[in-house]
Design a protein around this ligand. Structure first.
Ligand SMILES: [Zn+2]
Length: 460
């Protein structure tokens, strides 16, 4: 039985976004002393953290061993693999599974670096975005250093920069609508430790959402296939995990495009949802994503400083401790079950590192499963009361759930672009639009190609 329950949302300590110390964030770790700036407070400032768990896994790794310099544990093979040509059963109408062994890394960008924008693929995706009818706000990229280094941008409400202000557009998915529903999410994989997480989830009949990094998909395509075939939701998390607001329009298109492509090549289906790394999204990123038929998913935020991030990402680096993560989790769970909290929620976790998988399977999920009343843990698409098929373009129910581009009002031949707008609430309020140039071609030729394509277009 839990003993530590917070009395109101207003008393909740801040829960740090996992980008603390890495990119833009105004969030502070849960127990950072008042006035301590995010990104500069070592976890060692506080060494004692209080939490109460209803249950733990009998086979859990001891908390004292879930540390940055932990010895590498033995990794495990996937408990299930699927032959090429197998028809998915979890997703109605999905095509047969491709042969992952045929994946040729040389056909993709280098791993873990921002993709070049001069490839034939990216040039085509730039054209597609230009032809989409979605207006891209003319907003300059942010500079490295996050909110403190971009004070004007952070204060600009028309930019709607979630990281710095918590601003959301009405297309952003940040919660599950129904109380006690939990949209699960594990980011940054697949990894060598994902099979352990999958085995745990399978043993407990839990489905979740994996926000996959394209570079990791290249490395572990069979793991992604098992995630998908076992009924988990697969979504885009870029190619190289950059802070998207710092990139040019063309780089954002390349990062999202290559991630969509490698997932399609491995699974046969293309995700309809994406999560910006570090939650770093503004109206420019939103518009480009919309033009690429991707709906943003972030995670739940209950105050300017408190998000539903366990901060498990920072276990690997030693920026936080296992006890601190469990205190964060206890705060989150207490809030989610509070009568003051009217909706469900989306929790951010990671499957990239041994430590974050250990804390999830050993502590967070065993505790969550023992709590009363029970959480309903499910993929994010499911907590939105949509069929799993709506997680993919090829199986989406277009009649009841039009994809972003088809939901867009295409403005034909606007001379200024100022009257062009998109429906579906990208929330940009910014009538200015920018030109997305084709590398080596230039905007004039891009426009000519758009005209030749015969597609209705918005002059960009
Ligand atoms: Zn991430």
């Amino acid at each position: 039985m839990k003993t530590a329950v917070l009395s109101s949302l207003a008393t909740v300590a801040a829960v740090g976004a996992h980008n603390v110390g890495r990119q833009a964030s105004s969030s502070a770790p849960a127990s950072a002393p008042a006035g301590t700036s995010a990104g500069t407070a070592p976890a060692s400032v506080q060494t004692s953290f209080s939490f109460t768990l209803a249950s733990t896994n009998p086979t859990a790794i001891p908390l004292a061993s879930i540390v940055s310099n932990a010895a590498s544990q033995a990794t495990h093979a996937l408990s299930s693999t699927f032959a090429p040509g197998t028809t998915p059963t979890a997703v109605s109408g999905a095509p047969a599974l491709p042969n992952a062994a045929l994946l040729a890394p040389s056909a993709y960008p280098a791993l873990d670096v921002i993709v070049p924008t001069d490839s034939a693929e990216v040039k085509q995706w730039i054209l597609d975005v230009n032809n989409s009818g979605v207006a891209i706000p003319s907003i300059a990229p942010t500079v490295a250093g996050g909110c403190p280094a971009n004070a004007a941008a952070a204060a600009d409400q028309t930019r709607c920069w979630w990281t710095c202000t918590g601003c959301v557009a009405d297309t952003d998915i940040t919660t599950c609508p129904d109380k006690m529903t939990w949209g699960g999410s594990f980011d940054d994989g697949p990894s060598l430790y994902t099979p352990d997480l999958l085995a745990f989830l399978d043993q407990n009949n839990i489905k979740t959402t994996f926000f996959a990094v394209g570079s990791r998909v290249i490395s572990f395509p069979a793991i992604l296939q098992t995630e998908y075939m076992e009924g988990h939701q697969i979504a885009v998390h870029t190619w190289s995990h950059p802070s998207l607001t710092t990139l040019t329009n063309e780089q954002i298109i390349g990062e999202l495009g290559w991630s969509k492509k490698v997932i399609k090549d491995v699974l046969g289906v293309t995700p309809t949802h994406f999560r910006p790394p570090f939650g770093d999204i503004d109206n420019r990123v939103r518009a480009i994503a919309k033009a690429m038929d991707l709906t943003p998913v972030i995670w739940t935020r209950i105050s300017p400083l408190a998000t539903f991030d366990t901060d498990d990402f920072d276990l690997h680096s030693g920026l936080t401790s296992a006890s601190h993560v469990l205190q964060n989790w206890d705060f989150i769970a207490s809030n989610a079950t509070s009568p003051d909290f009217k909706t469900g929620f989306i929790l951010l976790e990671h499957d990239l590192f041994q430590q974050s998988v250990d804390i999830a399977t050993g502590y967070i999920y065993p505790d969550a499963l023992a709590r009363q009343p029970p959480f309903k843990i499910e993929p994010i698409i499911s907590c939105l009361n949509q069929p799993l098929g709506n997680a993919y373009i090829e199986t989406n129910d277009n009649s009841s759930n039009p994809l972003p581009i088809s939901a867009t009002t295409v403005v034909t031949g606007s001379a200024t672009g100022s009257t062009g707008s998109s429906t579906g609430g990208s929330g940009n309020g910014n009538s200015a639009v920018s030109t997305i140039g084709l590398p080596g071609l230039g905007p004039v030729l891009a426009l000519a190609l758009a005209l030749l394509s015969g597609t209705s277009f918005l002059l960009l």
